[in-house]
Design a protein around this ligand. Structure first.
Ligand SMILES: [Zn+2]
Ligand SMILES: [Zn+2]
Length: 227
């Protein structure tokens, strides 16, 4: 933020900056507020504030940029997303600033994907709770990304296809959380090899997968191609 922006002295004063489709604004409310947007122009609205006129407090209309009006209107959603992203964001203190920006965007993408996932008719809520918590969703993404690279390291000649850890480690069935779709059933139905998907609260904590017992759990931990 600029320390002494020129021309932003009184409540309601504002200054816009524009670069291609990105507009930024400085606006003086009680303090100076800054905002940046890719969907706003320089339109102004008015907001009501309590101001002191001749020693009397009275309501007055103060000019306000539309960016700020919209932010205030929708900040509930923005702040909720920030909160979720904060929960499982890994430590980024030592990274360069541009890496922090990159990973922050990655986290925002993941959160947006989670919101879409919850809206999808294929992943309906179970009772009042979501089909999958944000933590379970994050773990599934992580394990799907690294699954094929988690084979035990071999000395000498590397085998062509690394063995996934689900086939080599000792994993036990467990309660993994609220009921959700069994991963194996889901993949089989998607591949057209099964008619119905089942929901279960059981599965594997290490793999972060819901799996029905015993068939799907066994198949997932013994077969390279389980669907
Ligand atoms: Zn299953
Ligand atoms: Zn497992």
């Amino acid at each position: 933020m600029l320390k002494h922006p020129v021309g932003i002295d009184n409540r309601g004063d504002m200054k816009f900056f524009q670069r291609k489709s990105i507009s930024g604004v400085l606006w003086k409310d009680k303090k100076i507020v800054t905002a940046i947007s890719t969907i706003h122009d320089h339109s102004r609205f008015e907001v009501q504030r309590l101001v002191q006129i001749d020693g009397q407090f009275d309501k007055a209309d103060i000019p306000c940029p539309k960016i700020i009006v919209d932010y205030t209107k929708y900040m509930g959603g923005v702040d909720k997303a920030d909160q979720y992203i904060q929960y499982y964001c890994f430590n980024q203190k030592t990274q360069k600033w541009y890496k922090r920006v990159f990973f922050k965007f990655l986290e925002i993408l993941k959160y947006n994907a989670y919101r879409l996932f919850l809206l999808s008719p294929n992943h309906q809520t179970v009772g009042n709770s979501p089909a999958m918590t944000y933590l379970q969703f994050s773990r599934q993404i992580a394990s799907s990304l690294i699954d094929e690279y988690c084979g035990i390291g071999t000395r000498g000649r590397q085998s062509a296809a690394p063995v996934p850890s689900r086939l080599t480690e000792r994993h036990m069935p467990n309660i993994v959380g609220k009921k959700s779709w069994c991963h194996v059933c889901w993949m089989k139905v998607s591949a057209g090899k099964q008619d119905k998907r089942k929901q279960t609260m059981y599965g594997c904590l290490e793999c972060g997968k819901h799996l029905c017992l015993p068939e799907c759990f066994t198949a997932y931990h013994t077969m390279a191609k389980y669907c």
